[in-house]
Design a protein around this ligand. Structure first.
Ligand code: PAF
Length: 291
């Protein structure tokens, strides 16, 4: 039987040191995988690390709570910071490098360049969180430039983020492959998220309405319902069974363009953002109607 991998990743805090180490890795002809995170690592992140380990020789996990993707009044200050536990978790799945830059290492004095991605960044999260994707695209491009990975891994839980990054990489000719890995859920269906840590036991129970409403959308489609408005309305009814749930959006959209669909004729993304007890949760599901 194989022993579990328990060697700690090498902790790197400066871009210069990171580049020096990775230049050596590249010289040996090894493939580099990047898993960008904001820390507070859970099984969702670790599934990305495992995906990278499966196809790359050196996995770099960046841990950086990026201030530029938080809007005024959002949770930047209280976002969970759990570095020690994160490094332990990375040791267990064998990540080689943890890149944990200080703020000054990322946004140096005079920083004035931002990446704005067009249409795919505009609806849904883009509308609810103005400036969010500008911050995400900028930090991800910076991390790609710092690490120079062959492959970078993102979770489908942040579906729109993954599309935004794909668009940016395509438009700006960034030489990296983008992998989007499946959502990891708790046994009762709740999608894993670092923000689940904010939920009280009661809010945690109420949060199940998100995955229940997505499940219902799938069932309705299996039963032959093709009207997106009817499906969204039924999803809304499920969400409103949770006391105090505030819906930011419930949408059925084209999975490539994120444009709303009226009639389900092909693969469709059901996606939603809901606040439960002031914690904003997102979830989504790709629906494939049977012919
Ligand atoms: O998905 C996240 O955790 C963040 O948006 C990312 C991609 C690490 C950029 O800060």
């Amino acid at each position: 039987m194989n022993n579990p991998v328990t060697s700690h990743p090498k902790l790197v805090t400066s871009v210069a040191q990171l580049r020096e180490i990775l230049a050596g890795v590249r010289r040996e002809g090894k493939r580099i995988g990047l898993v960008p995170t904001m820390g507070a690592l859970h099984e969702g992140h670790l599934s990305l690390v495992r995906a990278s380990k499966a196809e790359c020789d050196c996995t770099v996990v960046s841990i950086y709570v990026n201030p530029s993707q938080f809007g005024p009044g959002e949770d930047l200050d209280r976002y969970p910071r759990t570095l020690e536990a994160d490094l332990e978790a990375l040791a267990c799945c064998g990540a080689e490098l943890a890149f944990v830059p200080a703020d000054g290492e990322v946004y140096r004095a005079g920083h004035a360049t931002w990446v704005e991605v067009g249409s795919v960044a505009e609806p849904l999260e883009g509308r609810c969180r103005p400036g969010h994707f500008r911050g995400v695209a900028t930090i991800v491009l910076k991390l790609l430039n710092m690490v120079g990975p062959n492959v970078a891994y993102f979770g489908q839980k942040d579906y729109q983020q993954a599309l935004v990054i794909r668009r940016m990489v395509e438009d700006l000719d960034v030489p990296v492959e983008i992998r989007i890995c499946p959502i990891i859920r708790e046994p009762d269906g709740l999608a894993l998220s670092s923000r689940n840590a904010y939920l009280s036991p009661d809010a945690r129970r109420r949060s199940l309405v998100l995955c229940k409403s997505l499940h219902l959308a799938g069932e309705l489609i299996d039963q032959g319902q093709r009207n997106a408005r009817v499906i969204a309305q039924r999803m809304r009814q499920v969400i409103t069974t949770a006391e105090d749930a505030q819906i930011d959006y419930i949408a059925l959209v084209d999975p490539n363009t994120l444009e709303p669909v009226d009639e389900i004729t092909g693969p469709t993304l059901a996606t939603l953002a809901v606040k439960i007890e002031n914690t904003r949760l997102i979830d989504n599901c790709l629906l494939e109607p049977k012919r």
